[in-house]
Design a binder for this molecule. Sequence first.
Ligand SMILES: Cc1cc2nc3c(=O)[nH]c(=O)nc-3n(C[C@H](O)[C@H](O)[C@H](O)COP(=O)(O)OP(=O)(O)OC[C@H]3O[C@@H](n4cnc5c(N)ncnc54)[C@H](O)[C@@H]3O)c2cc1C
Length: 530
Amino acid sequence: MLDPKQFINIDSYNSYEKDFIVVGTGIAGLRAALEIAKTEKVTIITKSKIIETNTNYAQGGIAVVLAKEDNFELHIEDTLYAGDGMCDKNSVEILVKEGPERIRELIDLDIKFDRTDDGNLSMTKEAAHSKNRILHAGDTTGAEIERVLMEAVLKNENIEIKEYNFIVDFLGEHSILAYDTVEKNYSVINFKGIILATGSIGAVYENTSNPKIATGDGIALAYRAGAVLSDMEFVQFHPTTFYKENTPRFLISESLRGEGGILRNKYNEKFMNRYHNKSELAPRDIVSRSILSEMDMTESKCVYLDMTHLDKEYLYKRFPNITAFCKDYGIDISKNYIPVSPAAHYMMGGISVDIDGKTSIEHIYAAGEVSRTGVHGANRLASNSLLEGLVFGKRAAETAVFESKDIVIKKNKNKFNTVKKPYICYNDLNKLITEFKSIMWEKVGILRDEQGLKEALNKIELIIHKIMNYKFSGETIVDGLEFINMLTVGYIIIEASLKRKESRGAHYRLDYPQKNIEKKIYYSFSKNID
Ligand SMILES: Cc1cc2nc3c(=O)[nH]c(=O)nc-3n(C[C@H](O)[C@H](O)[C@H](O)COP(=O)(O)OP(=O)(O)OC[C@H]3O[C@@H](n4cnc5c(N)ncnc54)[C@H](O)[C@@H]3O)c2cc1C
């Protein structure tokens, strides 16, 4: 197992005692902190600036049962169906039934969801939802959620925020090591309870809709601490990200298809009706594989999303962010097709938690995308993840306070050994990172098979072998430590994908294209039981 402390020199460090720590400033972390702060002091730590989160990039919206024609049973049914038999029904029921109350709290914080002309909340539909239940704020819903939660957090006297602090590792049960990326120093923080809300893993793939921060740190941290991880083979690939060679991907939200967008191949042919009876609104894994198949058949690097038949004024108003982004690339979405292709988007698995956010390790809790609550199963229903962050962020916080508030914080004496190794230079590190991400994309992506997965494992072992010879310093510390986490996460995704010898939800095996309907198996990993 890769130990990040073997890659850095810790000559000195500061030491702090904090009651409760929340790592992450996305929807799950901010919601959890607000709950803890009702009675306790809490410190929120993020490795970047507050708003640099996946939450802030979320576009389409947040699913919730509020419409008269909708009901809990339908949302539960849709979620279970998308999860392809792998959801925990109890968690799904909690998600759906507690959702409306969590949304009303956001409305009380004066969130500006879009409304209809008569002042009611405007709701749209996305793939595999049977009713219109997606609340949205233009096509920047995540940024609006982040704004209201951040404002509430900044006003709260029980909450302290530490930006630009990278959590490196756990040091025993109630202690973590942090690296201040501005001051360039280390600190050991002792605490009563900690909630990991560190988000996604998208950055382990060459092509992703996720921002750079999504390096799976929380999953790797928890794994090294001995926590159980589950469902790590279930990575969701979003069918439509903006495609332009040598340009980072940008999400073209599913709500464009929800509003009537049509996918066309390079010969201008509609094709989704050949793959699924719900056409453009088929589940994401099916749309992604259909797009790959069309790209393959037409020897093309992308397909196209056609919005040109829709009302121009409505399009501009409903999707201002996507309109502006495309315009920067010379595309008027009311006149031109948008070039799109799939990219890694969301991790359904993660740190195993129960319905109260408890991991398998006492006083370590997890919420949001880093956790595996069982609400997404093998495939997440669109717009359920923001809701998960709210519902389970609150629950994890309540549990952390209940279980940890009487803990007496002990100051540990930490001794860090210095390993003598040369420092890697930035370019060499970057080359290894690029090679790793490309292996993950080519061999552990939308279509998998045993040969490719084993090749990936061998190649990643070689990369691990190389990186073990070096240390990080200065400008390579954060990228290097994130890389150690990405290698750990990538390795586990491959192992889980090898184990699942069937195709289910987002996990598709070319060599096992059928679902094993007789046996439903969950794969879990822990350094203590491997
Ligand atoms: C482009 C895009 C569009 C999306 N659209 C939607 C949508 O419309 N609806 C929906 O429901 N979902 C959507 N999703 C998914 C959803 O945004 C995420 O699942 C959700 O926001 C995750 O929230 P979170 O709080 O768990 O993590 P995040 O919001 O990602 O926050 C993670 C936090 O952890 C911090 N962190 C990570 N590692 C460390 C470390 N080592 N030390 C310190 N801090 C650390 C980060 O800096 C960050 O503050 C979208 C995702 C993307 C990328």
